[in-house]
Design a protein around this ligand. Structure first.
Ligand code: NAI
Length: 544
């Protein structure tokens, strides 16, 4: 390999495949894969290697970026703002262990490394993930958001009981002026136990003074879209932002049915909003507004906001979307542990996951319909792993409707434990010659301190993907002379690493395995600086 070059942006890159001009990194890459076919009668497998040349462009100027959180005043929303302000203002604080410094632990972009290569003795060299290519510094993010509750963010951190008291006290002066924008509340979509919280809503009808009962207008849905669009534009203009990202971290909504003629195409869903259809949820309003404003929209909760009509709308508008449901603790571990067992040839027979938590998310999930959304997104996380091994799970042995692995998910609300969610999992597997293996995992941690770094990463990587474009080069190496580059596909499956039930482009199955998800990100970064995909052959050591 040609020696790596340095440049004014300090990016190490391989000049054989890359160049930098006018703050744009251009990289050539030959993508290689294998088409595998299996003869159904003889079971004979044939392979055909394929190659496709690409040229990528990455704008190296990091834009001024704003983030609008739906559910700003919740545990995640207020912890997100806290983490940024604590780091930005370098706020240290005391807990019972002594003086603590702010940090971004748990964020892959801020606190993890990528293997770049080896030194001349064959030892691996790792560099910080965020040192390879320019990424937004989370300290520079401009933050706002909507909440159906009017508490300011200083009140919210007290209510959420996530942070140490000393840190709360030091943060409050910085947070008290952050007031959530008014949001949209349609009572049917989140649990009724959230009704009292809804005192900051664009669609509230002036109360009936006799009963004192709050009423909400659910018959002006297109107007709701327009109001959210106006909020996005105003935030962008007021803060002179180049880029805004909208992310849903509000309460889990119930799922909606996919209804022909209502939410199955982009035209139908726009009409359904205009006709105030009852299956149009607040999250549909936010996602539609973001897509129409050409603003990336990420769904951090499990509900199926991305119905076919909305995906079609994002595709038609070339507007980035990603979801669903942050993959934080229990599910992340499950996607690693199941992969380990199945790749080791051990056969998981049952996985039982119990949770109890006492925060507002737990209260909302104590209602059946909202729990069901969570159950669906949590259940899908082992699917690709199971499908990958038909020695353990032969396809014809799985009777219709039967499940290859008994997988149960239980979530209980237990106020006392607050945000310190307790997750207990049992993996029961079959070993050779009739043996059995039982792995029990007991995990306790502040739920929002696991989820917040994921929000940071999702925002940072979404912004990164907004700067990346590519074009295909034909097999003779001839590129069309046009300067037309395509953006990455609007359904950002590259973000799967942070999501429990990754949204994928139509016709493709999600990848849940954490290692495979991370590999894709690492190798993308590597190819952009002209390096081959990482392998662990280590021939320096293993061959003479
Ligand atoms: P939370 O209940 O503390 O916060 C949610 C906030 O959303 C509340 O302040 C509520 O008032 C607000 N809200 C509800 N409907 C709204 C609407 N239509 N518009 C604007 N605001 C609205 O919940 P938390 O713990 O912050 O979690 C947020 C979401 O993230 C939940 O859906 C949860 O399932 C999901 N999640 C959380 C994970 C974690 O580890 N904390 C992991 C995976 C997903």
């Amino acid at each position: 390999m040609t020696a790596a070059q340095s440049n004014e942006c300090n990016i190490p890159f391989n000049p054989e495949f890359c160049s930098i001009s006018n703050d744009v990194l251009t990289s050539n890459y030959t993508y290689k894969n294998t088409i595998v076919t299996k003869d159904t009668e003889t079971s004979k497998i044939s392979i055909k290697p394929i190659e496709q040349n690409y040229k990528f462009k990455l704008n190296l100027n990091v834009p001024k970026t704003g983030i609008m959180l739906v559910g700003f005043g919740g545990n995640n929303g207020s912890t997100f703002l806290s983490s940024i302000l604590a780091n930005k203002h370098n706020i240290s604080f005391n807990n019972k262990e002594g003086l603590q410094q702010p940090n971004y632990l748990g964020s892959m972009t801020q606190s993890s490394t990528i293997k770049l290569g080896i030194d001349n003795k064959g030892n691996d060299i790792f560099v910080p993930f965020n040192s390879i290519l320019p990424l937004v510094n989370p300290n520079d993010l401009i933050v706002t958001g909507w909440d159906i509750n009017s508490a300011n963010l200083a009140e919210c951190i007290e209510r959420s009981q996530v942070l140490e008291y000393d840190l709360q006290s030091k943060l409050k002066p910085y947070m008290k002026d952050f007031i959530p924008l008014k949001s949209i509340y349609y009572p049917d979509f989140i649990a009724m136990n959230q009704y009292d919280r809804a005192n900051n809503c664009l669609n509230e009808i002036p109360s009936d003074h006799q009963t004192g009962k709050k009423e909400f207008n659910i018959k002006n849905k297109w107007n709701d879209v327009e109001m959210i669009r106006a909020d996005i534009r105003k935030f962008k203009n007021d803060n002179k932002l180049d880029n805004v990202i909208v992310l849903w971290t509000a309460n889990t909504e119930r799922c909606v049915p996919i209804i022909e003629g209502i939410n199955d195409t982009k035209e139908n869903i726009l009409n359904a909003i205009k006709e105030n259809h009852e299956e149009i949820a607040p999250s549909t309003i936010f996602a539609t507004a973001a897509i129409l404003e050409h603003t990336p929209y990420i769904n951090g909760s499990p509900q199926n906001t991305f119905v076919p009509g909305l995906i079609e709308l994002a595709e038609a508008n070339d507007s980035l979307i990603a979801g669903d449901d942050f993959k934080s603790g229990q599910t992340k571990l499950k996607s690693v542990l199941t992969q380990y067992l199945v790749d080791a040839g051990i056969k998981p027979l049952s996985i039982a996951s119990y949770n109890h938590l006492g925060n507002n998310d737990g209260l909302n999930l104590s209602s059946h319909k909202q729990f069901r959304s969570k159950e669906i997104s949590k259940s899908s996380v082992i699917d690709d792993c199971i499908e990958s091994n038909d020695i353990l799970y032969p396809k014809d042995a799985i009777v219709e409707g039967g499940k290859p692995v008994d997988h149960c998910i239980v979530i209980k609300y237990m106020k006392a434990v607050g945000d310190s969610k307790v997750a207990m999992d049992e993996y029961y597997s079959e070993l050779m010659l009739g043996g059995h293996n039982r792995i029990s995992v007991h995990n306790v941690c502040e739920d929002s301190l696991l989820a917040t770094p994921l929000i940071i990463d999702l925002v940072i990587m979404t912004e990164f993907f907004s700067r990346l474009s590519y074009k295909k080069i034909d097999e003779n190496g001839i590129e069309d002379n046009t300067e037309t580059y395509d953006n990455v596909y609007p359904v950002l499956a590259f973000l799967s690493y942070w999501l429990k039930a990754p949204l994928t482009r139509k016709g493709f199955k999600p990848i849940n395995s954490l290692n495979r998800q991370r590999q894709a990100l690492e190798n993308l970064f590597r190819l952009l600086i002209g390096l081959p995909a990482n392998d662990e052959l280590r021939f320096e050591e293993r061959l003479i």
